[in-house]
Design a protein around this ligand. Structure first.
Ligand code: ZN
Length: 190
């Protein structure tokens, strides 16, 4: 991220500390604005990466493989755009290829690109599915995100341990009962 963005973040967090902590000049907070600025640059670094850059496909690598490819329990650490509070959980991603396949680690990289943005869980789920649909043109795509929201659990009724489940299904995984069932079973939703 550009230097001026970093400096703006540091200044922002200095102001935030001064607003929330009556003793904000104490030693323990001295390096905090610098540290938090770096952390937020990382947590929002997904804006600087084009999903196309990680979804380079192998045209003939599938060798006629036409069954579901599934990567389960990809770690998700994001931030909700309403409170800038952590969202944390897992994503399970599956697709049924139509000639084009990607390296399995790329599904994790794709998830990282979208989770390192300010998000709502619904959009995070949809963006992953749509990127795979667009770049791999598969027969079907399924994405399931299960996540806990710090803004929900730590405020109000403090519903601790409450998990929100979102799915985005495309093509055969949405339209064909057997494929849909197979994906939801892999995702542990049914
Ligand atoms: Zn929130």
């Amino acid at each position: 991220m550009q230097g001026n963005v970093h400096q703006r973040l540091v200044a922002t967090f200095e102001k935030l500390l001064a607003s929330v902590d009556p003793d904000h000049t104490r030693e323990g907070l001295k390096e905090t604005p610098e540290r938090v600025a770096k952390a937020w640059e990382f947590w929002t670094s997904g804006y600087n990466t084009d999903p196309a850059s990680v979804l380079k496909t192998f045209e003939d690598g599938a060798d006629g493989y036409d069954q579901m490819i599934c990567v389960k329990d990809i770690p998700v650490y994001s931030h909700c755009e309403h409170h800038l509070a952590p969202i944390f959980g897992t994503a399970t991603i599956a697709y049924i290829p139509s000639n084009k396949i990607v390296g399995l680690s790329k599904l994790t990289r794709l998830t990282e690109i979208f989770m390192r943005r300010l998000q709502v869980q619904e959009r995070l789920t949809t963006q992953i599915a749509d990127a795979i649909q667009h770049h791999l043109e598969p027969i079907g795509v399924g994405v399931c995100v299960k996540a806990r929201h710090f803004c929900v659990e730590s405020r109000g009724v403090c519903a601790q341990g409450q998990v929100t489940v979102t799915t985005a299904l495309r093509g055969a995984i949405r339209d064909e009962a057997a494929a849909k069932h197979e994906f939801l079973a892999m995702a542990g939703v049914q």
